[in-house]
Write a protein that binds this ligand. Structure first.
Ligand code: FA5
Length: 332
């Protein structure tokens, strides 16, 4: 009956008016749509009853139902647009990113230039077959001096003015005591390098610092001569510096080597800089560690790491390495 349909249409419209008022999301909107317009929805069900009406009334009832369906559909479309815009605005707000802000940026650390140079030196000698050995920075007078043929009253001690910690205990003035420790602990042949920190009461200037680093080298075997020493140094300097550098060998004196030499390097046109002391191991040292000087010979040197870095990078003041200025350190 038409009356019945009109009443039901009114009911559905009322229900719709009520529900449409607070639909918080697209998801709820879709649920509401299904409830009214879905295959089993309130309005759809009402459509199926049309068949039962007399044909005279059917057209009028159909018109009413269609009008309501159109109304609800239109309203749903509008609500949908509104909710979608709201959801999009929320998403944009959540993901908002201001590309004009300064970036957050992490400073990437790197190795100190002295560490880089030490590793490079170690690499070259390891490839030549040398092992890396280490020893303590707090040394005894015996290892730092006596065993190296420098007795208490020897004038050479003045050259290595030291920081004493207690009676007969000091901060090592060079890496040469590691030679003694290694030779006392193994039989020849010995082929080692020993990188490490050294301390001297030197007044800081452009080429000296009270704390600095050396790499000691020691090779002991049958039949080694000064020619082998010179070749090792030349080959090392060639690999480390490459072209554009000159090397100078000259006589020197150390109580623990005989003969002794010193090596200077310069960049072409630059000033000479002493990089190392070197020499053939003195027989007195072999005797001290229990090696037979009639059987083996050997050579050693002590190389300054700071001086190598200065020459390689064209740095004219050693103090720069220790001032921790990021503007300087960041360049390597
Ligand atoms: C020695 O220390 C010897 N032990 C080297 C040696 C080893 C000779 C084995 C023979 C056999 P010297 O005092 O010359 O030698 O120092 C060696 C190198 O250490 C110098 O050439 C220099 O490069 C570096 N050096 C020495 N004192 C300082 C300092 N105060 N600051 C920076 N570098 C230094």
């Amino acid at each position: 009956m038409l009356q019945e349909i009109i009443r039901k249409v009114g009911e559905i419209r009322e229900k719709w008016e009520e529900e449409r008022r607070d639909i918080p999301s697209l998801k709820v909107l879709e649920e509401v749509r299904i409830r009214f317009l879905g295959r089993k929805g309130l309005l759809t069900q009402l459509f199926t009853t049309l068949r039962e009406l007399p044909s005279a009334e059917r057209a009028e009832a159909g018109r009413l139902l269609n009008a309501l369906r159109k109304e609800i559909q239109g309203e749903i479309e509008r609500l949908k647009e509104g909710l979608a815009a709201k959801a999009e605005a929320e998403r944009l707000k959540r993901e908002a990113f201001d590309f004009t802000l300064p970036g957050s940026w992490r400073r990437v650390g790197r190795l100190h230039p002295l560490t880089q140079v030490r590793l490079e030196i170690e690499q070259i000698f390891m490839e030549m077959g040398f092992d890396v050995a280490t020893g303590p920075e707090v040394e005894t007078d015996y290892y730092n001096f006596e065993a190296l043929n420098i007795p208490a009253d020897h004038p050479a001690r003045d050259e290595w003015d030291s920081f004493y910690i207690g009676e007969g205990v000091l901060l090592r003035t060079h890496t040469s005591p590691v030679q003694i420790r290694v030779m006392k602990s193994r039989k020849p042949p010995v082929r080692i390098i020993c990188p490490g920190r050294c301390y001297r009461r030197d007044t800081p200037d452009a080429t000296h610092f009270p704390v600095f680093h050396q790499v000691e080298l020691l090779w002991v075997e049958r039949g080694l001569t000064m020619a082998h020493l010179k070749w090792i140094i030349e080959e090392f300097v060639r690999q480390f510096f490459g072209p554009g550098y000159e090397m100078r060998f000259s006589a020197d004196f150390f109580p623990f080597t005989e003969p002794s030499a010193q090596v200077h390097i310069r960049r072409e046109g630059g000033p000479w800089l002493e990089i190392m002391g070197a020499g053939m191991v003195d027989p007195a040292v072999f005797e001290e560690v229990g090696y037979d000087p009639e059987e083996v010979t050997g050579f050693a040197f002590g190389l300054g790491i700071e001086r190598m870095a200065m020459l390689k990078y064209g740095i004219d003041d050693i103090r720069l390495f220790f001032q921790n200025d990021i503007r300087f350190l960041g360049q390597f």
